[in-house]
Design a protein around this ligand. Structure first.
Ligand SMILES: [Zn+2]
Length: 312
């Protein structure tokens, strides 16, 4: 009991503020590239919505950050990990899409490096300005029971389109945005010199994607574009980093569902009738995080898209 009381006192008088989140280690995945793999969880009070994979590339003169997380405090945590490796300034921040778990951490970088250029797809900027920022701030706050409070949405100011390229500190970054895929606001970033592709949520690994804003056909196409880059390393929006096999496996998941949904729709089957048939063909994916919660929704969305496609 005494120990418990002692621990409790320690906890209450601890140095860490209530909003600070613990360090997650940055993993070196290529010569100059690091990824902090977020937990496979939905936003909660403890993780402050941290569940994505912030990445950074250290160039000769600065640091390029990709998707700095879901809140001011997650962004600060990402910056702490960068500071363990380099004292170079952050020159650029890229946001892969409008979902707030990927970009609300911008604030930490905007405060520390006011000159850093924050970039995203023009549709991401538009969506964020048209209510997306507020929607995600509110969603994060309610899901984390207020833990992300104080986070301001710093919307990217520079738009980058498909096939844009920029050079910084002797490194080249190429942007791929082949139409609506995961959210209609997506970019993928190829860090050419390290042969790394940051996929955003166009591809997730061992973790179900959120398909609510996605297009199956567009997302399958984006996977093909990523595969064709022939990079050595692929960083998914969620789940472990790996090689091209993870992109192929994800594409196969979408293809299995969409192809069958289209066929069964033509045959006149209802959503309810085709679900058990499609489920039987997904045994390779049942160990993915959130499979049971999400798979039914994924099939329903595929049916809706197949239905729409039939009238095109
Ligand atoms: Zn997303």
């Amino acid at each position: 009991m005494k120990t418990l009381l002692f621990l409790l006192t320690l906890l209450l008088s601890g140095h860490a503020s209530a909003t600070e989140i613990p360090d997650y280690k940055a993993k070196k995945i290529a010569a100059h590239t690091y990824v902090i793999h977020g937990p496979q969880e939905f936003p909660n009070e403890k993780n402050q919505g941290f569940m994505n994979n912030p990445g950074f590339v250290i160039t000769n003169t600065g640091v390029v950050v990709i998707d700095p997380g879901s809140s001011l405090y997650v962004g600060k945590m990402v910056l702490r990990q960068i500071r363990k490796i380099t004292d170079k300034p952050v020159s650029h921040v890229l946001n892969t899409h409008v979902h707030g778990d990927h970009w609300l951490g911008n604030q930490a970088f905007d405060e520390a490096f006011p000159k850093a250029v924050i970039m995203a797809h023009p549709e991401m900027i538009k969506a964020a300005k048209n209510g997306g920022a507020e929607h995600w701030q509110n969603l994060m706050q309610s899901m984390t029971k207020g833990a992300t409070k104080g986070t301001k949405a710093i919307i990217p100011s520079k738009a980058v389109n498909d096939s844009a390229q920029f050079k910084t500190g002797g490194f080249t970054f190429a942007i791929f945005a082949p139409g609506k895929a995961h959210s209609g606001t997506d970019i993928m970033i190829h860090a050419v010199d390290d042969s790394v592709v940051f996929l955003g949520d166009n591809v997730t690994n061992k973790r179900m994607p959120g398909m609510q804003d996605a297009s199956y056909r567009g997302n399958i196409n984006a996977s093909d574009v990523a595969i064709a880059i022939k990079a050595r390393h692929y960083v998914p929006g969620h789940g472990p980093t790996g090689n091209v096999a993870l992109v192929k496996s994800f594409k196969e998941y979408l293809s299995i569902i969409y192809t069958q949904a289209a066929i069964y729709y033509e045959e006149g089957l209802s959503d309810f009738e085709m679900k058990p048939k499609i489920l039987k063909t997904l045994s390779k994916y049942t160990n993915w995080a959130f499979f049971d919660q999400e798979v039914g929704k994924h099939i329903s969305l595929a049916v809706l898209e197949a239905e729409k496609a039939a009238f095109e």
